[in-house]
Design a binder for this molecule. Structure first.
Ligand code: ADP
Ligand code: MG
Length: 255
């Protein structure tokens, strides 16, 4: 099967620092691939390289499209989605409005045409709300569609951020430490959502320190250390890898 995402010798250099060095791996359609490694290993930089946020060497393909060297908006248009650390949700809008706004932006409707209530904008809006509801349903959160975002827990907000990232058709979803600050229950919910999205055919790239979540959801784990690919394999394989255990010595999670 053609991989959904293929990285070949990807490298990122910051002045004197080689943050990512010759990293290669593949992710299949509907596969969840975790990228783990100590702080400063290059995980976020690797995401930035895939998304076009930093200049990189090597090659990145999404299906048959070569992403390397393309600008951010073109890479996004191929179906690469990510969430941002500071989610950027609108606290005074409802859940459904926040997700529908994501669709609006993707349809390139200016806020102005919305304000003038042009018939075309109204049709788009109805369409956006219908699609947003489908997404909320898929993620099991339709019951809170009319709740204001400011009244949600941080875990619920994280889920809404994911829903909004997926408001436009996604082939690859990149999540950088989505479980930070979540309760055990919220992490369980996130676990179910990621598995559901993968069943829908979305490939997920997950940087995460909560190893229980990584081991539960991942089909594949890539371990980075000092920018290099230290190991790649199933969660069980990576857990027993001697080089991984040594790199993590002093990091309680894997030991
Ligand atoms: P991780 O996400 O695995 O913790 P990062 O990808 O954030 O690691 O960082 C990898 C290395 O690159 C670190 O040494 C970090 O200080 C450095 N780095 C990250 N972003 C930049 C940047 N924009 N400019 C210079 N150095 C950076
Ligand atoms: Mg990081």
């Amino acid at each position: 099967m053609t991989p959904r995402l293929k990285l070949e010798n990807v490298g990122v250099q910051f002045a004197g620092l080689r943050a990512v060095s010759d990293v290669s791996f593949e992710v299949a359609p509907g596969e969840i691939c975790a990228v783990i490694g100590p702080n400063g290993a290059g995980k976020s930089t690797l995401f930035n390289a895939i998304g076009g946020y930093v200049r990189s060497t090597g090659h990145v393909w999404l299906d048959d499209a070569q992403l390397s060297g393309k600008p951010i908006h073109e890479i996004a248009a191929f179906g690469v989605r990510r969430t941002f650390q500071n989610g950027g949700l609108f606290p005074d809008l409802t859940v459904i409005e926040n997700v529908a706004v994501g669709l609006h932006q993707s349809h390139n409707i200016s806020l102005l045409s919305g304000a003038f209530s042009l018939p075309s904008a109204r049709r788009m809006e109805a369409d956006a709300v219908r699609k947003a509801r489908e997404l909320l349903d898929l993620m099991g959160i339709l019951s809170i569609e009319r709740v204001l975002v400011r009244d949600l827990s941080s875990g619920q907000r994280r889920i809404i951020e994911i829903a909004r990232a997926l408001a436009v058709p996604a082939k690859l979803l990149m999540l950088d430490e989505p479980a930070v600050g979540l309760t055990t229950l919220e992490i369980e919910h996130l676990d179910q959502i990621l598995k559901r999205l993968a069943r829908e055919g979305i490939s997920v790239l997950l940087v995460e320190h909560v190893l229980d979540l990584v081991m539960s959801v991942s089909d594949k784990v890539v371990v980075l250390s000092s920018g290099e690919r230290l190991a790649v394999g199933t969660p069980a394989e990576v857990r027993q890898d001697q080089a991984v255990l040594e790199a993590y010595l002093g990091y309680s999670e894997l030991c």
